[in-house]
Design a protein around this ligand. Structure first.
Ligand code: HPA
Length: 269
């Protein structure tokens, strides 16, 4: 695995002279954040050696090198989900490659179901912490030398980045939420009883991504900022049928505001 990561990183370094230290993983419906990026170079996942290929609707699958907030960035347009059938090594492969490329700060976005009764569809939730409920751990197996065997997780989401995000949201008069993201495998959305259980367990939002990438990034010493867009509500009495299309529509509506916050955060890094 390590050899493959090195091979992929070497291929990318041979193809570009850009050396960004900031990366963004664009989640469901937030792929349009890429429109704010001044695109310099793109690489289709299919052309990058050893890269998995994304299959889910709404994810186009390319690595973008460009400029955002006055800085060089790498953006992953399309990510790999456990529910697609990838194992955790595959899901987190791009993060390991990005570490090898010199990434120091990672922004991750996702769509999620809101379980906090104060949340509404279209809310932006800055992720303070997560609960990992995936059935396979991304660090299971031989330990990578990027971090310790038993990594501390007391600050998986960097407190300074979180404070900066709040500061910028306040300045821009954007109402935001903060909370705990529960990562589950999917692909089913939750039953009402499951939403209730995850909320009782301490979760404010639930989704099918992010946690694996964040664990691996943290293990590599990469600082992480995570954000969920609340695309549906999993609160007792308020639950209605949910579809992938509705999730994308809700996420798309918030995209410009979120893009603005993220660009400003990168500008101030
Ligand atoms: N549950 C899980 N994943 C999701 C949801 C949800 O309600 N909304 C968007 N992604």
């Amino acid at each position: 695995m390590f050899a493959k990561i090195q091979e992929t990183a070497a291929w990318i370094k041979n193809h570009t002279e850009l050396r960004p230290t900031t990366a963004i993983i664009l989640g469901t419906g937030l792929g349009r954040l890429s429109e704010d990026i001044e695109v310099l170079e793109t690489y289709n996942y299919a052309d990058i050696p050893n890269f998995p290929i994304s299959t889910v609707e709404g994810h186009s699958g390319r690595l973008i090198f460009g400029r955002l907030g006055g800085k060089d960035v790498i953006a992953m347009q399309g990510r790999f989900h456990f529910y697609e059938g990838y194992n955790m090594k595959e899901v987190t492969f791009p993060v390991r490659v990005m570490y090898e490329l010199g990434i120091k700060t990672l922004f991750v976005s996702n769509a999620a179901g809101g379980m906090d009764p104060n949340f509404s569809i279209g809310d932006i939730m800055f992720i303070r912490d997560h609960i990992n409920l995936f059935p396979e751990h991304p660090l299971r197996g031989k330990n990578f030398p990027t971090g310790p065997r038993f990594p501390d997780m007391s600050e998986a989401y960097d407190h300074q980045l979180l404070a900066l995000a709040h500061e910028i949201a306040r300045e821009k008069n954007v109402k935001v939420q903060e909370g705990v993201y529960v990562g589950v495998s999917g692909p089913t959305f939750e039953t009402p009883a499951e939403y209730k259980m995850y909320h009782i367990l301490g979760g404010d939002a639930v989704g099918m991504s992010t946690v694996p990438e964040v664990i691996v990034a943290h293990h590599c010493g990469i600082k992480v900022f995570g954000v969920s867009v609340i695309t549906d509500i999993g609160v007792e009495g308020k639950i209605v049928e949910v579809s992938h299309e509705e999730v994308q529509k809700a996420a798309d509506a918030v995209q410009p505001v979120l893009a603005d916050i993220i660009a400003e955060m990168i500008h101030r890094l």
